[in-house]
Ligand binder design. Structure first.
Ligand SMILES: *[C@@H]1O[C@H](CO)[C@@H](O)[C@H](O)[C@H]1NC(C)=O
Ligand SMILES: *[C@@H]1O[C@H](CO)[C@@H](O)[C@H](O)[C@H]1NC(C)=O
Ligand SMILES: *[C@@H]1O[C@H](CO)[C@@H](O)[C@H](O)[C@H]1NC(C)=O
Ligand SMILES: *[C@@H]1O[C@H](CO)[C@@H](O)[C@H](O)[C@H]1NC(C)=O
Ligand SMILES: *[C@@H]1O[C@H](CO)[C@@H](O)[C@H](O)[C@H]1NC(C)=O
Length: 699
C-alpha cells in the first residue's frame, strides 16, 4: 500500500511537469474504458481509453468499437464549448475530475473559469425490479453553475446520431435507410428513429437490426430541437445561435447521406446557482428473444416493459419522469455495494466490484414468455452466444449477492429447453445458440464441455436453492440434475481429453482443476438429494457422499505435486512440472460443503504467493495468460494476505492495462495487454466474478 501511494505521488508530479493543461483526477481509478450508457447488449456505449478518459474530443463508442455519435456542447455568454464528442471546432472544456460508482460515471469540467459543468451518466441497475430492469434506457444529467461569482448566459446542447445504428465500421451498412419522427408525451420531448427495413432478431456487427431508438429530454420553456437534419448544419446552428429551429427533415434517407442527427437545446438564461438538464437515451424493442422452450416451435418473447406500458413512448416517458426515484435507488445500491465490498476487502476490492456492475448487467435482457419471465445473457465479444453455461458460471457471484432469483431466471431457459427434449446429449448443453436466438442444438453439435457444464449447472442450482430457500426447484429439476451427476460420476475423476471453460487454451486430458469441479459437483449432488427429499433421498445422498469422498482422496494423489517446494496443484495429472490456478475450489466454500481438505487451500495460498506477478497470478503453465474472473474466484478463498495481494494486482491491472476497451478478462500477465497469440475479449459479463468474495456465506 505504501509503495503504491508513493508511486501515485510520483506519477502526478510527472504529469504536472509534462502538461500544462489542467489534469483530470480519476476516482477510484481510471478504467480502460468508461461506461456511459450501458444497460443491455444493444444499449452499450462507452468512452474508450484512447480518449485518456477525457470526455470531450473523442466519440463515444458501442462496446464493439463502432462510433455511436453522441455530442454535447455548452454555450456560455455566446461562446460554444465541447464537453462530449468528437466534433471539431468549439474549444474543449477542461475536465477536472472523473468518478465512477456501481451505476454512474460522473465527469466535472471547468469552462474558462466561468462555470462548472457536471455530466452524470446513470445506467440504473435493478436486481429486485425486473420491470425496471427491462427498460433499455439510460440517463444523462447535465448540471451547470457559476464558478466565478457572476451569472452567465448558458445554453446546453446534446444530439445523438443515426450512428446509433449506423454500423459505422461496415461500409455496406452506412447506406441503410432510416426513418424518424419526434413528439411529446407528458413532459417529455423526444426524437425517435429506426431502420427503415428492420429485421427482427437479427444483428449486424453485434448491433440490433430492429427496435426504435429514442432520445428524450424534459420539455419546457427554452427547449428547442432539430430532427433528422445533417450533423454539421445542426451543430453549426447551435454554435452560431444557441438554439435550434424546431424543424424536422421531411425526406428520410440513408445514414451516410448527411449523417442525420437528433438534437435538443436548453436555454437556461442567466445561471448563477446550479441548474440541471436531463436527457434519456435508449432503444425500445417489442420482441427481444426468440426462444425454443417447452413449446413445439420457438416463441417470440417480448420485452417485459411492453406488458405494462401501452407503448414505447409511454415507457420512455415513465422512465424519464422517474429520475428522482431512480437516482435515489442508484444511490442506495451504489453505497450498499461500496460499503459491503470495502468492509470485506478494502478499497481495491471496492474499486473492482463497483466497476463490474454495469458491465455484467449490460449483458442481460429481460424477456416475458406466455408462462413466465426470463433473463437472457449475451456472451459479449467471444462468439455472441446466448445463455452460455460457463459464462453464467463465472458471472454468477454478482447475481447470488444481489438477488439469487436472478440466477434462477438465467438457469430457467436452460432447464426448460433441455427438459422438453430439444437436446440429445446426456450432458448439459453449452449454450442456447447465438443471441438473441435461443433455439438450441437439436443435432447436439454445440461446443461440448461435458464436465464443465454439468458441474456448473449442479453447483449453480444448489447455490440458488441454498440462498433462496427454494428447495422445490431441486425437486422440479431432479431428473436432469441426476442425469448430469451420472456424467460426473462416470468421468470427472479421470477427465477425458476435452475442453474446459478456458477453451482458448485448447483441449487437454486429465485437467486437475476441471476434475476438482466435477468432484465438487458429485458432492453437491448429495446435498441436492438431501434437500429435495425425493424418494430414496437418503440412499442417494449416501451414494454421492461415498463416491465424492473416494474421488477427492484419489484426486489429491493424482493432481498434486508434493515433491516440489512449495507443493501445488498441477495443470493436469502426470505433469508434475505444470501448474494451474485452482479456481474451481471456490464452489466448495460457496456451497459451504467443507469438502476439499483444508491443507489444499493453504497449499495453494502459499503457492500463489510465489508466482504473483505485477498484474496477478497466471492462469497456467501453458502460456503467459491471466484471467481476472478466475483470479477473483481463487482470491476469494485464499488466505487473507494472499487475497489482498491478488486484489491489489487485479486493481493494478485495471489501472495499468493498455487495452483501452471495456474491461477484458483475459490478458498477458506481464504486459496487461490482450494476449498476442489469443483472442481479445471485451466487455464480457464474466466480471460478475469480482463478487466472488461477497457471494460467500458469511461465517
Ligand atoms: C450575446 O449575443 C447577443 C446577440 O448578439 C448580444 O445581445 C449579447 O450582448 C451577447 N452577450 C454577451 C455576454 O456577449
Ligand atoms: C483549459 O485550460 C487551459 C490551461 O489552463 C487554458 O489555457 C484554457 O483556456 C482552458 N480552456 C477552457 C475551455 O476552460
Ligand atoms: C455412465 O456410464 C455407464 C456405464 O458405462 C453408462 O451405462 C451410462 O450411460 C453413463 N451415464 C451417462 C449419463 O453418461
Ligand atoms: C489420465 O490419468 C490417468 C491416471 O493417472 C492415466 O491412467 C491416463 O493414462 C491419463 N490419460 C491421458 C490421456 O493421459
Ligand atoms: C500430498 O500431501 C498431502 C498432505 O500431506 C497428502 O494428503 C496427499 O495425498 C499428497 N499427495 C501426493 C500426490 O503425494
Amino acid at each position: 500500500m505504501a509503495t503504491k501511494a508513493v508511486l501515485l505521488v510520483a506519477l502526478s508530479i510527472l504529469s504536472t511537469i509534462k502538461s500544462t493543461v489542467s489534469a483530470s483526477s480519476f476516482s477510484p481509478l481510471r478504467p480502460p474504458a468508461i461506461p456511459l450508457a450501458v444497460r443491455s447488449p444493444y444499449l452499450n456505449t462507452w468512452l474508450d481509453g484512447d480518449s485518456g478518459g477525457i470526455l470531450p474530443g473523442s466519440w463515444p463508442r458501442f462496446w464493439a468499437g463502432q462510433i455511436t455519435g453522441w455530442q454535447g456542447f455548452v454555450r456560455v455568454d455566446n461562446v460554444t464549448y465541447n464537453w462530449m464528442g468528437g466534433t471539431c471546432g468549439p474549444s474543449l472544456v477542461n475536465q477536472t475530475s472523473f468518478a465512477y460508482t456501481a451505476t454512474k460515471s460522473i465527469f466535472t469540467f471547468d469552462v474558462d473559469g466561468k462555470i462548472a459543468l457536471t455530466a452524470t451518466f446513470l445506467s440504473p441497475v435493478h436486481p429486485n425490479d425486473l420491470l425496471r430492469q427491462s427498460m433499455q434506457f439510460s440517463y444523462l444529467q447535465v448540471s451547470v453553475e457559476s464558478s466565478d461569482g457572476n451569472p452567465h448566459s448558458i445554453q446546453i446542447y446534446s444530439d445523438i446520431s443515426g450512428g446509433e445504428l449506423s454500423l459505422s465500421l461496415a461500409a455496406s451498412d452506412k447506406s441503410s435507410s432510416i426513418k424518424w419522427s419526434n413528439g411529446l408525451d407528458d413532459d417529455v420531448a423526444y426524437h425517435k428513429f429506426a431502420l427503415a427495413q428492420p429485421r427482427v432478431f437479427t444483428e449486424e456487427a453485434d448491433m440490433a437490426r430492429w427496435g426504435d431508438w429514442y432520445f428524450g429530454t424534459t420539455a419546457g420553456d427554452g427547449v428547442t430541437y432539430r430532427t433528422g437534419h445533417s450533423d454539421t448544419a445542426t451543430r453549426e446552428q447551435f454554435i452560431g445561435s444557441g438554439c435550434l429551429d424546431n424543424k424536422v427533415k421531411e425526406k428520410h434517407g440513408p445514414i451516410c447521406d448527411q449523417w442525420p442527427v437528433f438534437a435538443f437545446s436548453h436555454d437556461l438564461g442567466f445561471v448563477f446557482k446550479k441548474k440541471n438538464v436531463l436527457f434519456t437515451i435508449g432503444i425500445a424493442q417489442q420482441q427481444v428473444i426468440n426462444f425454443q422452450g417447452s413449446g413445439t416451435g420457438s416463441e417470440s418473447l417480448v420485452g417485459l416493459w411492453s406488458t405494462v406500458y401501452g407503448s414505447a413512448v409511454d415507457c420512455l416517458a415513465a422512465f424519464h419522469s422517474d429520475w428522482d426515484v431512480e437516482s435515489q435507488d442508484a444511490l442506495i445500491l451504489d453505497s450498499k455495494i461500496h460499503s459491503n465490498a470495502y468492509d470485506i476487502g478494502g478499497q481495491d476490492y471496492a474499486s473492482l466490484t463497483t466497476l463490474a456492475v454495469r458491465q455484467a448487467f449490460g449483458s442481460l435482457q429481460v424477456a416475458q414468455g406466455s408462462r413466465q419471465s426470463y433473463l437472457f445473457i449475451k456472451e459479449i465479444s467471444s462468439d455472441g452466444d446466448i445463455q452460455t453455461v460457463d459464462v453464467i458460471f463465472p458471472a454468477h457471484p454478482i447475481f447470488l449477492y444481489l438477488n439469487p432469483e436472478l440466477l434462477k431466471l438465467l438457469l430457467d431457459p436452460l432447464f426448460e429447453h433441455q427438459e422438453s427434449g430439444h437436446y440429445p446429449n446426456t450432458w448439459s448443453i453449452h449454450d442456447l445458440g447465438l443471441f438473441p436466438n435461443a433455439v438450441g442444438f437439436p443435432d447436439g453439435k454445440d461446443e461440448a464441455m461435458p464436465i464443465e457444464e454439468c458441474s456448473d449447472m449442479i453447483i449453480m442450482t444448489l447455490a440458488y436453492a441454498l440462498r433462496s430457500g427454494n428447495h422445490q426447484y431441486l425437486v422440479k429439476h431432479w431428473p436432469l440434475l441426476n442425469q448430469w451427476a451420472q456424467v460426473l460420476v462416470n468421468d470427472s475423476l479421470i477427465p477425458a481429453y476435452q475442453l474446459s471453460t478456458d477453451d482458448f487454451a485448447g483441449a487437454l486430458a486429465n485437467q486437475t482443476n476441471l476434475a476438482l469441479k466435477g468432484i465438487i459437483g458429485v458432492r453437491a449432488m448429495a446435498e441436492i438429494a438431501r434437500m429435495s427429499g425425493i424418494v430414496n433421498a437418503n440412499e442417494l445422498q449416501l451414494q454421492y457422499l461415498e463416491t465424492s469422498a473416494q474421488y477427492i482422496q484419489d484426486w489429491t494423489m493424482l493432481g498434486i505435486n508434493n515433491a516440489t517446494k512449495p507443493p501445488h496443484a498441477t495443470l493436469a495429472y502426470n505433469l508434475p512440472d505444470t501448474y494451474g490456478l485452482l479456481y474451481n475450489i471456490y464452489s466448495d466454500r460457496l456451497l459451504d460443503l467443507d469438502f476439499v481438505p483444508e491443507w489444499v487451500y493453504t497449499m495453494q495460498s502459499n503457492f500463489y504467493r510465489t508466482i504473483l506477478g505485477e498484474y496477478g497470478v497466471p492462469l497456467d503453465t501453458r502460456r503467459n495468460w491471466a484471467k481476472s474472473d478466475w483470479q477473483a474466484f481463487a482470491a476469494a478463498v485464499a488466505e487473507p494476505e494472499v487475497r489482498g495481494a491478488m486484489h491489489d494486482r487485479l486493481t493494478r491491472f485495471v489501472e495499468g492495462t493498455p487495452t483501452a476497451r471495456p474491461l477484458t478478462d483475459l490478458y498477458d500477465v506481464t504486459t496487461g495487454q490482450f494476449p498476442k497469440d489469443g483472442p481479445s475479449f471485451i466487455n464480457r459479463p464474466v466480471l460478475g466474478a469480482f463478487f466472488a468474495l461477497l457471494a460467500l456465506p458469511q461465517r
